[in-house]
Ligand binder design. Structure first.
Ligand SMILES: *[C@@H]1O[C@H](CO)[C@@H](O)[C@H](O)[C@H]1NC(C)=O
Ligand SMILES: *[C@@H]1O[C@H](CO)[C@@H](O)[C@H](O)[C@H]1NC(C)=O
Ligand SMILES: *[C@@H]1O[C@H](CO)[C@@H](O)[C@H](O)[C@H]1NC(C)=O
Ligand SMILES: *[C@@H]1O[C@H](CO)[C@@H](O)[C@H](O)[C@H]1NC(C)=O
Ligand SMILES: *[C@@H]1O[C@H](CO)[C@@H](O)[C@H](O)[C@H]1NC(C)=O
Ligand SMILES: *[C@@H]1O[C@H](CO)[C@@H](O)[C@H](O)[C@H]1NC(C)=O
Ligand SMILES: [Zn+2]
Length: 463
């Protein structure tokens, strides 16, 4: 072999390695954005040019079935695990774990107790275990150490930090020398005002317009940073919102004494822990108490809710009908808008839009489940999904290169396949090159080696 041939082989190796390396550098990036409490139909209430801009250039899903209970923490954890609440363990915003004898409640430090989160493994942990970097701006749970890990970059939860500051951090992380491939962004509106005003209040129009402005700001900042065209962005929410009223209040005090139970989670789906030995008494007192309230013993909770198999689900669950609130008495705070109700109700369903190089443009899809978001994210990030309750085949027709109803995820298998072939071919050529090169260098020492060989082989032959 001539030296030219060696360099030829070397050049091919370098080419293949650099192309696999640049595949890594041009790693697909994903931004997951949640506007808390953004009901699916808010984009039709008032002009929302920025949401419509994303829709026209991306994917819009009309009906997203979120998980029961339709509250913030359970659904945000579903988005990043693909699991129903009974399986990921964040079964409510307010919980009691009888095994740990510990409570979990939104406005308290006990949400930082890792044990509550570790029945599941969120996607940022998996993403980082596969060698990538994640960055989170206030997404629920991202400032908690879960399985010993925080996101590579994260912000301590502080509702006073502006949307603009959260966006600035994310753009820093996406454009740094060691960029993240996965960002999570959370914003408290329109949920916070939705609770105060109620979704039917005309003043909600201005709140929705403000959220549209926030989206517009994000898009323009991403364009400035030259990220917009290469980022896959998913804009969604945890749940919707429905109108309540002081005329639709059920007072538990009228039916059962407070001393008989602890109210673990609050309206509109009340989790009741009866005092020792009082289960049947509390159940009997409530079961036929009010026509707009359904009472279940834990084991009777309908299977379709996937809300039974967890020790943090309490012995009695009391569910209000849409628009009704369950209080102990009228001194308890009444919200004019609420969510948490049955996830079959369209009013509880969130918005879902997707945009970016991986997504088809200007398409509308009828329905997905919020659990399907996780396999979609794993596909976009090229990470291996953990066991989950979602289905990639429900979302693959959103993607470029996927045929609707095609049973085989072509795109899903092609990218890792090409990468694998590249690595295999590259390393084979390097090994061949090195073998030939070493052989060439050691050619003059070959007689020596043969002597050594025979010396080594002799005792073996004798043994
Ligand atoms: C549970 O914890 C509380 C204090 O938070 C304590 O008073 C109670 O005795 C504990 N119960 C059990 C069964 O350990
Ligand atoms: C929360 O953010 C606000 C606004 O940036 C800041 O003034 C405040 O000090 C922060 N609070 C904490 C506890 O960090
Ligand atoms: C509440 O109960 C009344 C009486 O049974 C019934 O007419 C009404 O439809 C119920 N409301 C809802 C939202 O289910
Ligand atoms: C509600 O219950 C609390 C605690 O028992 C009591 O202090 C309050 O007066 C009650 N309010 C009404 C409107 O009955
Ligand atoms: C989007 O699709 C609709 C029909 O599906 C079509 O009427 C409209 O012109 C398309 N818009 C763009 C910008 O391609
Ligand atoms: C959801 O997924 C988990 C993990 O694979 C599994 O244990 C559970 O049984 C699934 N739930 C349903 C209702 O299929
Ligand atoms: Zn809320």
């Amino acid at each position: 072999m001539s030296l030219n041939c060696y360099s030829g082989v070397l050049a091919v190796c370098v080419m293949i390695f650099s192309s696999t390396f640049s595949f890594q550098q041009d790693q697909p990036t994903v931004l997951l954005l949640s506007f808390d409490g953004f009901r699916w139909d808010y984009i039709y209430k008032v002009p929302t040019p920025n949401f419509h801009y994303v829709m026209k250039n991306g994917v819009h899903v009309k009906q997203v079935t979120n998980v029961f209970i339709t509250k913030t923490y359970p659904n945000h954890y579903t988005m990043v695990t693909g699991l129903y609440a009974e399986s990921h363990g964040i079964v409510a915003n307010e919980m009691y774990d009888p095994v740990l004898n510990k409570t979990f409640s939104l406005n308290s430090k006990n949400i930082y107790n890792s044990k509550f989160w570790e029945e599941a493994c969120p996607i940022w942990v998996t993403n980082q275990m596969e060698g990538h970097k994640s960055g989170a701006a206030m997404w629920p749970g991202t400032d908690v150490k879960i399985h010993g890990v925080f996101p590579t970059h994260y912000m301590f939860y502080n509702e006073s930090v502006s949307f603009e500051d959260r966006v600035a951090k994310l753009i820093d992380w996406f454009t740094s020398d060691e960029p993240i491939n996965f960002g999570l962004l959370y914003w408290e509106q329109p949920d916070a005002m939705g609770h105060i005003l109620g979704p039917e209040d005309p003043r909600m129009g201005a709140i929705i317009s403000e959220v549209d402005d926030k989206l517009g700001y994000l898009v323009s900042e991403l364009k400035k940073a030259q990220l917009w065209d290469r980022l896959n962005i998913i804009i969604t929410s945890d749940h919707g919102m429905t109108q309540s009223s002081s005329e639709r209040v059920i007072e538990l005090d009228q039916y059962v004494a407070r001393e008989l139970y602890t109210m673990v989670d609050h309206s509109p789906v009340v989790a009741i822990l009866p005092k020792e030995g009082k289960l049947d008494e509390v159940y009997e007192a409530l079961v036929n108490a009010h026509p707009n309230m359904t009472v279940y013993k834990k084991e009777e909770i309908p299977n379709r809710l996937h809300y039974k198999h967890n020790s943090k689900i309490q012995p009695i669950l009391v569910m209000a009908e849409k628009g009704w609130e369950i209080l102990q008495n009228k001194s308890d705070q009444l919200l004019l808008g609420n969510h948490g109700y049955d996830n079959i109700l369209p009013e509880m369903h969130p918005l879902f839009l997707a945009h970016g190089p991986a997504f088809r443009k200007n398409i509308t899809k009828e329905a997905v489940s919020l659990t399907d978001l996780y396999p979609l994210l794993c596909h976009l990030l090229s990470v291996n999904p953990l066991p989950n309750n979602g289905s990639f085949s429900n979302v693959e027709d959103m993607l470029i290169g996927e045929l609707p109803g095609d049973a085989h995820p072509i795109c899903c298998e092609q990218a890792p396949y090409a990468y694998f072939v590249g690595v295999l071919l590259g390393s084979t050529l390097v090994v061949v090159f090195l073998l030939v090169f070493i052989k060439h260098l050691t050619y003059s020492q070959l007689p020596n080696m043969q002597v050594q060989h025979s010396e080594i082989s002799q005792p073996l032959l004798q043994g």
